[in-house]
Design a protein around this ligand. Structure first.
Ligand SMILES: Cc1ncc(C[n+]2csc(CCOP(=O)(O)OP(=O)(O)O)c2C)c(N)n1
Ligand SMILES: [Mg+2]
Length: 354
């Protein structure tokens, strides 16, 4: 088992703190930069901003969208760092926090927003909504409201690649809460036994709903569980997009080479509440403002932009121009969704397996 963080830097058991992950940043920046050219670095920034601005807008208009939605604001670094370690023809599975993953994988904003509106022009023709969307054309195999349910699907995608003789890899996103569900154990075990090309990426944002990970896990770190499945377990600072890219690139390379799965745990944080409803929902006091502020002080987008300012790869004017262009993309996505029709009732029985 490999830990990027040393024993001392990982913090005491049962303490979820960003202190533990701070050490990683400097070295990871250097190593990952060596592999990334400037256009890729700027694309990383673009994709992180796309997730942030898309989810901010979706959250702002949540009352107009059917059902609830779960945003990924604060988690953009781990999503983009992981997705950009993939090839376009690789696969990806997600969960209920469901917009960032497809955006990271390259899904267009307009059909994604239309899906949230339930419109016929959506990626699933309006039948998936926020939580159950997929876009096979980009390798996004699905998002799902049933916690842990897509982990076996990721294993199946890995098995499919093996049987078809391709060198495709499947990246499997799941939360710290899902790590306590049966499908986590079954999926890691089977992927390890068959040495399948799957990268398990735990987005450890510290909480499942209102419950801290420390209260529900016997071990302090999800990555520690890799030992039980005889696969590498790697912890990484999820707020550092380059660190995540480096860790997941190594895991993807290993999977593609036929050496089997890896468990990567990205320590991250969600800024907003678990989910967004149209109406006010009573939230118990389960975390402090000081904790939220400490994570916001290490915002993945701001940290990466500052890094690019330092290296001379980006100016503040360029960052502003990128931000405005993406804001425009989001505006156009909302207009596209608003102007699109709802699915025809005759389409109700299409796309179903009966
Ligand atoms: C099988 C199952 N059990 C419980 C739930 C209720 N539920 C929805 S989201 C959630 C928390 C998931 O936490 P985590 O996996 O850490 O993801 P996060 O929301 O933190 O991104 C729970 C318990 C569910 N949807 N499915
Ligand atoms: Mg969580």
């Amino acid at each position: 088992m490999q830990h990027i963080l040393s024993e001392n830097d990982r913090g005491p058991k049962n303490s979820f703190t960003n202190e533990a992950t701070r050490m990683l940043s400097t070295n990871a920046n250097r190593a990952s930069e060596a592999a990334l050219a400037k256009p890729q670095l700027l694309e990383m920034l673009r994709r992180m901003l796309r997730i942030r601005l898309f989810d901010e807008r979706a959250t702002a208009i949540r009352a107009r969208l059917p059902g609830t939605l779960h945003n990924s604001i604060g988690q953009e670094g781990e999503i983009v760092g992981a997705c950009m370690a993939l090839r376009d023809d690789d696969y990806m599975t997600g969960n209920h926090r469901s917009h960032g993953h497809p955006i990271g994988k390259g899904v267009q904003l307009a059909p994604l927003m239309a899906e949230l509106f339930g419109k016929a022009t959506g990626v699933c023709r309006g039948k998936g909504g926020s939580m159950h969307l997929a876009d096979f054309s980009s390798g996004s195999l699905g998002e799902s409201g049933i916690v842990g349910s897509l982990m076996p699907v990721a294993v199946g995608a890995g098995l499919s690649a093996r049987l078809r003789g391709t060198d495709q890899v499947c990246l499997c996103f799941f939360g710290d809460g899902a790590a306590n569900c049966g499908p986590f154990h079954e999926s890691l075990n089977l992927a390890a036994i068959w040495q399948l090309p799957v990268v398990f990426l735990c987005e450890n944002n510290g909480y499942a709903l209102f419950t801290a990970q420390a209260q529900t896990s016997a071990v302090a770190h999800v990555a520690d569980r890799a030992a039980a499945y005889d696969m590498p377990g790697v912890m990484v600072d999820g707020q550092n997009v380059l660190a995540v890219h480096e860790a997941v690139s190594a895991a993807v390379w290993r999977a593609r080479a036929g050496s089997g799965p890896t468990l990567v745990e990205a320590k991250t944080y969600r800024y907003c509440e678990h989910s967004e409803f149209g109406e006010a929902v009573q939230v118990p006091a389960y975390r402090s403002q000081a904790e939220i502020d400490s994570w916001k002080a290490r915002d993945p987008i701001a940290m990466f932009a500052n890094h690019l300012f330092d290296t001379g790869d980006l100016t503040r004017e360029q960052e502003n121009a990128i931000r405005l262009a993406i804001q425009d993309e989001v505006d156009r996505a909302v207009t596209f969704a608003e102007d699109s029709p709802f699915p025809d009732s005759r389409a109700l029985r299409e796309d179903l397996f009966v």
